[in-house]
Design a protein around this ligand. Structure first.
Ligand SMILES: Cc1cc2nc3c(=O)[nH]c(=O)nc-3n(C[C@H](O)[C@H](O)[C@H](O)COP(=O)(O)OP(=O)(O)OC[C@H]3O[C@@H](n4cnc5c(N)ncnc54)[C@H](O)[C@@H]3O)c2cc1C
Length: 466
């Protein structure tokens, strides 16, 4: 029987990164993955294909509506959806092949099949042919990720009623798209198809979009999306989705009660969230403690069963690829006797719509709820020279700093390139930096990032350009 130091079940960003780091630290590692390719949800049907379509559709929109104002005159752009999907598929293929290369380089065994933990240290892998292979290891990591959360009574056929996976592969742009759920995935994929011609209506149970993000950011972003043509039914719930002769019909009603509204669509995207995925792992028989579908772990990623660990979407915390990756690294280092650690206070979150939204640390709502006195510094991109030069003046930077110590507690950016700019705030916060530290750091001119510096200056009411 094959013996390993570590067996990882699931080759998403949590699992594959954990495996690579463990191999770097000298462990003999196997990764069990039931999908035919490595990279998990993120590389196959998540982060990477969605960003390929977001970028391509943004270019389509830019060509149609943005270039003329810059003096670049082109004819009305034509959509070649086949070529756009090919770009997406090639992006996925090169990324998943990259992980396979890294496995070879690090001498990691890739075992194809569905893994089950038969006992601590014992994993049984069932191949597509039904044949079972037994593996043994000192440590086993559950990195099985998450799956689409379903609406009760609504069947997803991935053609008319789709999850994010189907929405990444529609055969043509829908004329009308209903997005159920105003979270990150719904707004990103809604943006893709809106840019490619769909009329997009978003139905959200809560009375705001992007729950969990800073309230002011959510409000302003909703107005921006409305200007782009998005329609919103907030505080509404979907009570029924029926397939019609062409497309589907959704019935919605106010959460507080009231008249029902019937909405027609060619495609309905169910994007109400994701749930931890542990099916077939044998966790119940093994006695692994679970809570609300998540595997319960301690501060060192250990479950209650010795030798069995868990990371990524399957455990508590934000369902984000980089959070899973950092947990993978930390766990591998802990298993090697080092001091692996994840700082959950500094995990950036990005919405890759137009403009982008990025945030790190606390929101104003969280600071208020915790009773922490804070100062706010804000700076709009309308006052930033580079933003004007690129006609990307939508949005602002908001810095939240502790009122007494000036330590930065949260940074929220709405604007072109926000997903890149947020990282200077993340590094600052990792080092416990203050708004003054950020404000005194020389920023190149002219850059969008100068707005981050100005927002930091604004905390002490000394911004220069507003
Ligand atoms: C449309 C979409 C867009 C997203 N965009 C972003 C983004 O831009 N940024 C971001 O940070 N996050 C994004 N996410 C979330 C991100 O994909 C997840 O947070 C991330 O993939 C979690 O990584 P993981 O390793 O925990 O699990 P996963 O990536 O879900 O990987 C788990 C793997 O385990 C395998 N598996 C499960 N059970 C077994 C078993 N018993 N045996 C063998 N294999 C098994 C699965 O096949 C899967 O490949 C997006 C998600 C979606 C759906």
């Amino acid at each position: 029987m094959a013996q390993y130091d570590l067996i990882v079940i699931g080759a998403g960003p949590g699992g594959y990164v954990c495996a690579i780091r463990a191999a770097q630290l000298g462990m003999k590692v196997a990764v069990v993955e039931k999908r035919k390719t490595l990279g998990g949800t993120c590389l196959n049907v998540g982060c990477i294909p969605s960003k390929a379509l977001l970028y391509a559709s943004e270019m389509f929109e830019e060509a149609g509506h943005g270039l003329g104002a810059l003096g670049v005159v082109v004819g009305a752009p034509k959509l070649d959806l086949g070529a756009m999907m090919k770009h997406k598929d090639e992006t996925v293929a090169s990324n998943v092949a990259g992980v396979a290369f890294l496995f070879k380089k690090n001498k990691i065994d890739w075992v194809v099949g569905e893994g089950r933990i038969a006992a601590p240290g014992a994993v049984v892998v069932k191949g597509a042919d039904g044949k079972e292979t037994a593996l043994e290891a000192k440590a086993v990591v559950i990195a099985t990720g998450s799956d689409v959360a379903r609406l009760p009574g609504v069947e997803i056929d991935e053609k008319v009623v789709v999850s994010s996976t189907g929405a990444l592969a529609l055969a043509k742009p829908p004329k009308k798209l209903i997005v159920v759920g105003a979270g990150v995935i719904g707004l990103e994929l809604g943006s893709v198809w809106r840019r490619l011609g769909a009329e997009v209506t978003v139905v959200e149970f809560l009375d705001r979009i992007l729950p969990g993000m800073d309230g002011e950011v959510g409000k302003q972003f909703q107005r921006m999306l409305e200007r782009q043509g998005f329609k919103f039914h907030l505080a509404h719930k979907v009570t029924r989705v029926e397939k019609a002769a062409a497309g589907a019909k959704a019935t919605i009603e106010p959460v507080a009660g009231g008249a029902q509204i019937a909405l027609d669509a060619d495609v309905v995207l169910v994007a109400i969230g994701r749930r931890p995925y542990t099916e077939g792992l044998g966790l119940e028989a093994l006695g692994v403690a679970m809570e609300r579908g998540q595997v319960v772990i301690d501060a060192h990623f250990s479950t209650n069963v010795p030798g069995v660990f868990a990371i990524g979407d399957v455990v508590r915390g934000p369902m984000l690829a980089h959070k899973a990756e950092d947990e993978g690294v930390a766990l591998a280092e802990i298993l090697a006797g080092q001091a692996g650690h994840v700082n959950y206070e500094v995990i950036p979150g990005v919405v890759y719509a137009s403009p982008e939204i990025a945030s790190v640390g606390k929101t104003e709502e969280e600071l208020k709820a915790a009773g922490i006195a804070y100062a706010v510094g804000k700076f709009p991109f309308t006052a930033n020279g580079r933003a004007r030069a690129m006609r990307h003046t939508d949005g602002f930077v908001k810095v939240l700093a502790d009122a007494a110590s000036d330590r930065v507690l949260g940074v929220h950016i709405v604007g072109f390139g926000a997903g890149e700019m947020i990282h200077e705030a993340a590094v600052l916060m990792e080092f416990g930096g203050s708004a003054e530290d950020l404000a005194r750091t020389c920023h190149a001119h002219p850059t969008m990032s100068e707005a981050v510096k100005e927002a930091a200056l604004a905390v002490a009411k000394r911004a220069i350009h507003v």
